[in-house]
Write a protein that binds this ligand. Sequence first.
Ligand SMILES: [Zn+2]
Length: 445
Amino acid sequence: MKNQKLLAAFALLTMLLASTSATAFAASPSLLDQYPDLQHLTALVSESQITPMHLVAYRATKLAMEKLGFQRGDPSVLALTNAGSAIIDDRFPTSSCLDALTLTSGCSESNQNLIAINSGKWKPLWFAFYYKNTEQCVYAEVRSAVLASYMEKWMSASDKSTIQLEFLGLSDDEVFAKVSVENIEANYLLSNPEAWEEKMDNKVFGGNEFSIMTIAACWSRGMPYELLKAAKLHNHICPGLISGILIIEYLDKNLPIEEGDQYYIVLAVPPWCKDDAFQAIYDSTVGKRRMTVMMLSKEQTQQLPENVAGIYVRWDKSDDSGQAMVLTFDWDKASEMSEIERSWFKDFESYKWWYARLKMDIFMLDYLDKPEEFVSSVKEFSISSSSELMALRTAGTNPYVEIGLMPPPQPEIPTWIYAIIAVLAIALVITLGVCVIKLRRKTRS
Ligand SMILES: [Zn+2]
């Protein structure tokens, strides 16, 4: 009897405990129960480690899927973002967005359909998804203040799921400062340039229109990996950057790296977009002194072979010697063949500045294996010691004068010398005049 009473009391206690824990469980709903597709993220982080930084990329992906109608893993989608570069409120790095983007959209850097481009750390975080099948692109720009406040809340919260769910419960307007959808297929833009110019003026993609449209145009036409790598650093694709890729192709054929101790030293004189390609692909960075950058004045340019594109040195560290080439890039030929006027590149008052670049980008993609169509060598020479190389690179020297490709500057004559010459000339005239008068007088007398 006593045992039965004890058993009943135990059963009651168990039921009570069970119902309390059930209430507690209901009060804290699981994130993954409500958003099952976040399950993909647990390949890298546990449920409680999912931050608002992951969730903002997940939200952007869901938004794009809904607006463009694609499924996870569709290879016709290109995801572009400055995640990884932007630092929200100068405190929260955005690199974890890249994991979330890959896991939730299926776009990845290794599949070459996720391109995380470089930007200033202070720039707002943005995501763009281009769907090749419909030619449409969704752009979503994050409100930094909202993301920063949720990151703060998440970090101090003991119950992470409340913050996670609260962030997912916000409306798109609360999370994103701008969401837009546009057709950005290159041929469509080139045939309606005025309409697109107006949209660019209105910053439909937050001022990132040129980056997004040029990278999407080259990606959808199958750009090579080296161009993609250069585009990430340069954060857009322009004919200047592609000229760098063509120079790389030219050097691969004409001045290739043959031994482990060799590398390229680039004298970027004059510099243009091409030089970011050498830094990205050769690791010839300014900081590692494998690139020297100097500008040329208009007068200096006129004294050089047309379209001079720098001095390229294949340096052999073990021999302390190098082989060098001065290369040119034929912009007139490239402009003519792609049917644009060279002057359009500087026409920033109309659509022509981007029209010329986009059109030439597409044209140049077909010539990546024919660099000699545009790249030529105008001088080749050997460098026999590092001090000889240094002589071309120190401040105050003009490397083209050093190698005899252009004349040394004429020494300037100071104006006081002209004044002295004038005074002497006048004195000479007066003396001669006096002498003539005296002679005449003498002959008369
Ligand atoms: Zn550029």
